[in-house]
Write a protein that binds this ligand. Structure first.
Ligand code: ZN
Ligand code: ZN
Length: 159
């Protein structure tokens, strides 16, 4: 995926002046493979690129982006707030509590059931956020490998 996004134009359309920190941070969201980024992660990426933008500035820019609907701010229970580009389509999240990786999904069955539940209760549903917490496939296989190793150590000790 190599879509060319006119970042200065995107900023202007949101009524924000195209300052260097804003340009660079928005560009980062388009460049990175990771969709969900915390202020600290952005800070580290910029340091790697030898770009001197303080954490407070990054946070301020992210809040401006959230206010103007350029990004969505997510509050997952594990760790700091993360931000993702607002691409206009709804999705829910899977969060790994071991490595903080965030995955996305949309399930029409779950979506439909939530609407039905609200309707049954005469509840006017505006939005929802669904976050599933657990251990991702990568972390699960690392853990299994470690526990297997410690088990064989136990065997050696008892013999
Ligand atoms: Zn993980
Ligand atoms: Zn997301």
């Amino acid at each position: 995926m190599n879509e060319l996004v006119d970042i200065p134009k995107a900023l202007r359309q949101s009524g924000l002046k195209a300052t260097l920190p804003r340009l660079r941070i928005l560009q980062l969201f388009h460049e990175r493979e990771t969709k969900h980024l915390s202020a600290e992660e952005i800070y580290r990426f910029l340091i790697d690129e030898k770009i001197d933008i303080g954490l407070a500035t990054i946070y301020r820019v992210l809040m401006q982006f959230a206010e103007t609907d350029i990004v969505i701010r997510r509050h997952f229970e594990s760790g700091a707030a993360v931000f993702e580009l607002n691409e206009g389509s709804h999705h829910d999240h899977l969060i790994c509590t071991a490595c903080s990786k965030v995955d996305e999904f949309v399930d029409s069955g779950i979506e439909r059931r939530q609407e039905e539940i609200a309707k049954e209760r005469g509840f006017a549903l505006h939005e929802h956020s669904l976050s599933l917490y657990g251990v991702c496939g990568d972390c699960k296989s690392t853990k299994t490998a470690t526990s297997r190793k410690s088990k064989s150590r136990d065997v050696m000790r008892t013999s």
